[in-house]
Design a protein around this ligand. Sequence first.
Ligand code: F6P
Length: 406
Amino acid sequence: MLENYLYIVMVGLPARGKSTIAGKLCESLRRDGISTRIFNNGDLRRKLTKENTSYPEFFDPRNKAGAALRERYAIMNLNHARSFINKGKKPKVAIIDAANVSLKRRKMLCQGLLHDRVLFVECINDDHEILEANIRYKIETPEFSHLPLEEAISSFKKRIEYYEGIYTPMHTGRNFLKVDSFNYRILKEEVNNDVPFIDRIRDFLVTPFIKNLYLIRHTETYYNVEGRIGGDSELTPKGHLQAEKLAERFKSKRIPVIFTSASKRAIQTSEPLKGAQPECRVIPLREFNEINSGICDSMTYKEIREKMPEVADARKRNKYYYEYPQGEGYVSMEQRIERGIKKVLYLSKHSDNIMIVGHRAVNRMILSYFVYKRNEDVPYIYMPQDKYYHIVISQNKKVFELKKFS
Ligand code: F6P
């Protein structure tokens, strides 16, 4: 028996982040010199079947022909994974990426891998909002391109329902890790000592993994010129020019998705880049809206000092923890920023490049999520409007660099 090899079997309902985790895990293991391959049942089905298999009833367990076909691909994929593992003596991992939610299917896999090392990784995510957003992503694949938006959504949801009908969550048996794929948490584990690479895999599952994140502050607005805070001001001509420079700066990098706040200034900053890369999606997230300055909204710092000196003083004394009356402080943004970042990581899938266009306070919080800073220092992080932060986070590398647009 080979010593350094492992079969990882993904488990979970559709749209729970299995393929994203499989893809990132594959890359991470390869970087460690472990030859790793993904065997995806859906890809095999789409490659080998001529007829349309994307309609929901194909996944109805009562559809005998559909079930038999899926079983056939599952066995075929298992055999492909086996030949991959059995070739050569180098350390290897085969990731079998499919729903594998029924006991029957998992029994078949366990039988087929009776004398092998197997780790089941079950992905769970019950966050309704994230699930909805992920479904929207899924239906943009060619498999659903023949359907109008609403029909595609309900078709995919129906597919999920069929899988729910045969789903038995993992509770005992061979080695398994139950993972909250949105929150990067291992919820449960039953793992024997003889699972190779397990420390690496556990670490991977709880570490946000970012190839390239470009963190940008929106460019100049009319409020910036007047020194006013908050509001929903538009970009000035200089701000538009800066946004064009930004697009120019990234013209040779494919940016598949830009996450912005819901404010005009952030969305407008993303527009020239989106214009130059039509396949780029802009996703506004209210989690990235600028700090709510409550009763001080739309005032200048000078006006606040003159009209509400107690506010100005209290904030100066304790900027991170001070909350504007009827508004927020840095401290009260913590949770929403964390949720925004998790949304970004979950929804950007396996992208090489992710971009966020946010605001001064928001970007300070985003940066401090990745790079440790004492809370007291966060409100003073430099956040210019003509430069951006480039962030890379992996198990082996943490980089953040401030760079100019041009
Ligand atoms: O001035 C721009 C701005 O984004 C305001 O909308 C916001 O209140 C402020 O910066 C946050 O920066 P600080 O916490 O340093 O006041």
